[in-house]
Structure formats: C-alpha cells, structure tokens
Design a protein around this ligand. Structure first.
Ligand SMILES: Cc1cc2nc3c(=O)[nH]c(=O)nc-3n(C[C@H](O)[C@H](O)[C@H](O)COP(=O)(O)O)c2cc1C
Length: 382
C-alpha cells in the first residue's frame, strides 16, 4: 500500500491533537532524511559521485533504495542490488526492484549529460540472474567524456519529480500533445502507452482497487508493508527508506496511541478502514493511466522499463502533470494471478510480453519529497 496517503487518513479525528501546535509541527520535519534532495550534485569534482547523488533520488518500490554502487575506476562504477532491500512477498522475482534500479541508471545517465559526459551502460555483464537476483552485478557504468554536449532537458526537473499519491483533478483531461510527448519516451525494450478513453479507464480503475484489497487482505504481503513503515521523525531519520508516515498530524496521533504498527497490521481496525476509504477515493480520482510494456521477459527489459518509466515521470513533471504508480495488480504472488490476468486482458498485454508499470496520470496537487539515504552511504570502493 502506498503509502503516505494511507495514513494521512488513519484518524482524521485526531487532527485536533496536532492543530495549533506550531512549535511541535516545526520540529517534525525529517531534515536530515531530506538533505539528499538539496545536496545532489555537491560533489562536482568527482563525476561518479555527482551522478550517484542525483540517481539516489530515483523512484523505486516501497522506497527501499536497493542500489549499491562500487567505484571501480576514475570514471567507472558497478551497480549492485542490495539483497536485503528486496520485497520477497510483493515482488517474488525481484522484477519491481530491477525496474527501480533502471530508474536509478536513467537518472545517473541524465546527470552525466549535465557535466559533459555520456553514461555507457552494460546491463547484467555477468549474465541475467533468474528467477531471482543474486550477487552478480546489475550493470557496469562508464562515464565517457563528450565534447560539446548539452544537458538533457529532463535533468532540470530531477529534484521536482514525485510520485503523487493524491487524488487527481477529474475535470482536467490530459492534453493530447502531452500524451504524445510521454509516449515518445519509449525505448526498444519498453513501450510507453496511455489510457484515456473512459471505456478502458473505468475497468482499470476497478482492477487497481480490487488488487489493493487483495494485497491488503493477504497477511504476508500486507505485513511486508507494515514492517517497512517508519512512524514519526525519529524513525524516519534512523531509517530514511520504506513507507514514511511523518508530519505533525501523524506524529501527534502516534503520541496519543492512535497510530501504531499494530493498529495498521489489523485490517479490522477503524484506522485501516478509514485508510482504505481514502485510498479508494484516490484511485477513483484518476482520469488517465500510463503503462510501460516490454516485448519480452528479460532482465534487460525490466531495467529498460525503469529507464523509460522515469523519463516519462520526468517529462510529466516538466509538463506540470502528476504520476503515481499503482503496481498491486501487476504483482506475481499467487493470490494476485487472476486480477493480473484481467488487467493484461483489458490493456491487451501479449502473453510473451510483460506489463511492467501502471501509473495514474493527471493533474494532482504539489507534494513534498520522500526521504533518502545519503548517496555516500550507498557507495563503496572496490
Ligand atoms: C517499480 C515501482 C513500483 C512502484 N509501485 C508503487 C505502488 O504500487 N504504489 C505507490 O504508491 N507507489 C509505488 N511506487 C512509487 C514509490 O513508492 C516511490 O517511488 C517511492 O516511495 C519514492 O517516492 P518518490 O517517487 O516520490 O521519490 C513504485 C515505484 C516503482 C519504481
């Protein structure tokens, strides 16, 4: 479940607890956990660190930030997946984790263009691990100096990109020129499409809600989320990843015992029901979708799906649009199989291919940054 919004609803009755407590509110921002957003690019003298400082801002499932970068030479790096940061229940084959690593690679590549480099990417240089990732590298990355290169226009919006987990404006359709520039982000292994006609949007909406319920009512997948919840500033600062439930309102509720991991784990609780209602309303407020579909089921295609997805997310940012991935219906755990099949049917995904991303698309409100581990904590030297 996703996740910020889920808890925003977890007890609006307790709102009064925090209201008016301005001094309290001012101390609740997880300042250190948000520093990577303002410090990206501080290491201008080392191109490897410069690109990694931007790449850690990539979208990724459950904000697990599964990347580890080994500096192997003055202009070379190897990208690994941290095996502890995978999501074995909701992502049993590490597919979504690889997509997140693809987002990381693409942002690194955009950042390279800002300092006169091109990023050469060799995916899975020691072979593609199946059915799960192993210790083999995800990619070799080499920075190649480019004479007279201009920064990619998407570089400028890396810090403004968000996953907007909020209702979108149903009275404002996405203009066709914007749809065209989103689909233009397609690559050879990952095609971007959009769904805008109501006859197709409506069944997709229903399936996203159905899938949300299946994930929430399946104990092990629900608990995977609950265990990654960081409640309040101290927990977020200690672990700036996972599902952060911060801000004065939620922290106030936690202080008066109205918000805890135990309550969230209990799908019979009032807090859970309120959260579900809010999530349903958010999913309903979706005028369009963006999908990323790959022609085959290779790891290279998963990585490319991430690259293409984040380019679309950045292009949407540039155009003032919002996006929000809704991945439950795409997940491979057994209980989701029938819903996934129905979604593939509605979207016309061929059996040999793979629908890798489904995201809500429209005009949403401005939202804040999510926490990140500092880039330096994700870098090791060979
Ligand atoms: C492969 C992938 C799957 C995701 N699935 C979901 C999802 O199902 N629901 C959701 O709310 N966010 C989803 N997200 C968005 C992440 O939660 C988000 O990227 C992360 O929390 C960091 O926030 P940011 O994108 O605003 O920086 C997904 C992101 C990726 C890359």
């Amino acid at each position: 479940m996703n996740r910020r919004i889920f808890l925003v609803s977890a007890g609006s009755a307790g709102l009064a607890v925090a209201s008016g407590a301005t001094a309290f509110a001012l101390t609740r921002t997880p300042t250190r956990a948000l520093l990577p957003w303002s410090e990206a690019g501080a290491s201008r003298s080392d191109p490897r660190r410069f690109v990694v400082e931007h790449a850690v801002l990539a979208p990724n499932p459950h904000n697990r930030q599964p990347w580890i970068v080994e500096l192997t030479g003055p202009e070379t790096m190897t990208l690994f997946c941290d095996p502890e940061r995978r999501l074995p229940h909701t992502d049993p084959f590490d597919r979504q984790i690889v997509i997140g690593l693809g987002c990381f690679v693409e942002i690194a590549s955009l950042a390279a263009t800002a300092i006169g480099y091109r990023l050469e990417v060799t995916p899975f240089p020691d072979g593609e691990p199946q059915p799960r990732l192993d210790q083999r590298p995800v990619a070799h990355l080499r920075l190649v100096r480019q004479a007279a290169t201009a920064p990619d226009p998407l570089f400028a919006v890396i810090r403004n990109r968000r996953s907007t987990k909020r209702p979108f404006d149903m009275a404002r359709p996405v203009p066709s020129a914007a749809l065209a520039s989103l689909t233009a982000q397609s690559g050879p292994l990952a095609a971007v499409s959009t769904v805008t006609d109501s006859a197709r949007v409506a069944p997709v909406r229903d399936l996203t809600w159905q899938a949300w319920g299946i994930e929430a009512q399946t104990k092990r997948t629900h608990m995977e989320s609950v265990e990654l919840m960081r409640i309040g500033r101290c927990e977020i600062e200690a672990n700036p990843d996972g599902i952060s439930l911060g801000g004065p309102m939620l922290e106030g509720l936690a202080l008066v015992g109205q918000l805890s991991r135990e309550q969230l784990a209990d799908t019979g609780s009032a807090a859970f029901r309120q959260g579900a209602d809010m999530y349903r309303a958010m999913l309903a407020a979706t005028p369009a979708y963006l999908t990323v579909l790959s022609p085959d089921r290779s790891r290279a295609a998963e990585l490319d799906a991430g690259r293409v997805y984040v380019r679309a997310n950045l292009e949407a940012t540039r155009l003032g649009l919002s996006m929000h991935p809704v991945s439950q219906a795409l997940q491979e755990f057994e209980e989701m199989a029938e819903t996934r099949r129905q979604l593939d049917d509605v979207l016309g995904a061929p059996p040999s291919g793979r629908l890798h991303m489904l995201a809500r698309l429209g005009y949403g409100p401005a939202v804040g940054e999510t926490p990140r581990w500092a880039a330096a904590t994700r870098i090791r030297t060979a």
